[in-house]
Design a protein around this ligand. Structure first.
Ligand SMILES: [Mg+2]
Length: 203
């Protein structure tokens, strides 16, 4: 049987991190401190704010605007370096790729056709793979569980935790800013991920 793999979109194919870094710079007028990104990713924002003596309301307002603008900016997201080439190489090896992601069609009071936006985005970036789009995290996990995949690649360890590990190999594409998750096979870039998935390198 053809080997089939599942990929997340945001954080694995679409570059949300660069959007965040640029958004922070536009909003505050200075580059985002590395400690701030690390604190966001690792659930230590409250500690960071206390340590730096920052008014937490300023950060709350920032995230409220950021999340709404990210939702509206989905068509403008850049592609993660190496993703397009990696997907091509994996497909060339005869491995089937399906994107399993979630992008709600409504955020706060804003509604969008996220399915159409996502399909157009993939086409514009020259990636032609089937996309299964869910409305929320739970639905996404169920979509993955319902199919037979060799692995699922995600940047969110919470999603990986919810998968039936005996059947689907969980792989973490982890940002440099995030703490390592020893539990999962992880890569920091598409180079290593592609080598592993195409069988060039065993881990
Ligand atoms: Mg993601």
């Amino acid at each position: 049987m053809k080997r089939r793999i599942s990929l997340d979109c945001d954080g694995v194919i679409a570059d949300v991190e660069s959007f965040f870094i640029e958004y922070y710079k536009d909003y505050f007028g200075n580059s985002v401190p590395q400690d701030f990104i690390q604190a966001c990713y690792n659930g230590k924002l409250e500690k960071y704010v206390q340590k730096e003596n920052i008014d937490f309301n300023i950060i709350k307002d920032f995230f409220k605007e950021y999340e709404a603008d990210l939702f509206l900016s989905l068509p403008k997201l850049q592609i993660i370096s190496g993703a397009k080439e990696g997907i091509k190489e994996i497909t060339r090896k005869g491995i089937e790729i399906i994107v399993n992601s979630y992008r709600p069609s409504k955020y706060m009071d804003i509604t969008q056709d996220t399915e159409k936006i996502t399909e157009d985005w993939f086409e514009r970036n020259g990636i032609y793979v089937p996309i299964h789009l869910a409305e929320n995290k739970q639905e996404k996990c169920n979509n993955i569980k319902d199919e037979i995949y060799y692995c699922h690649v995600d940047d969110d360890p919470i999603i990986l935790k919810q998968l039936p590990i005996s059947r689907i190999k969980p792989i973490l594409l982890n940002s440099h800013y995030k703490q390592p998750e020893e539990k999962y096979l992880q890569f920091h870039s598409w180079t290593g991920l592609t080598e592993f998935l195409t069988g060039k390198k065993n881990v």
